[in-house]
Design a protein around this ligand. Structure first.
Ligand SMILES: [Zn+2]
Length: 77
C-alpha cells in the first residue's frame, strides 16, 4: 500500500537517510512514519529506544566532561 503526501497527494517513499521518515519526492518534505502497533516491530522499537537512551546518556556525560574542563580552565586563570 502506498502512503500519500498530505500536501500534494503524491506518493511517499521511505527516506533512505532516515527510515523513520517518509519522503515526498514532489515537496521534498519528510513525514514521520505512522506508528504501527504490530508485534513484529516491538522488539525493534525496544532496541531503538534503548539505543536512544544510551546515546542520551553519552551526550550527558560529554556535556559534564566539557563543563569540568571549562571549570578547570577557568580556575587556571
Ligand atoms: Zn508532497
Amino acid at each position: 500500500m502506498a502512503r500519500k503526501c498530505p500536501t500534494c497527494g503524491g506518493e511517499l517513499i521511505q527516506n533512505p537517510k532516515n527510515p523513520a521518515y517518509l519522503l515526498c519526492t514532489n515537496c521534498n518534505k519528510n513525514y514521520k512514519t505512522p506508528s504501527n502497533n504490530g508485534s513484529s516491530n516491538s522488539k525493534k522499537n525496544l532496541r531503538k529506544q534503548r539505543f536512544a537512551s544510551i546515546a542520551k546518556q553519552k551526550s550527558m556525560q560529554l556535556q559534564r566532561f566539557v563543563q569540568t574542563v571549562r571549570k578547570s580552565k577557568a580556575a587556571e586563570y
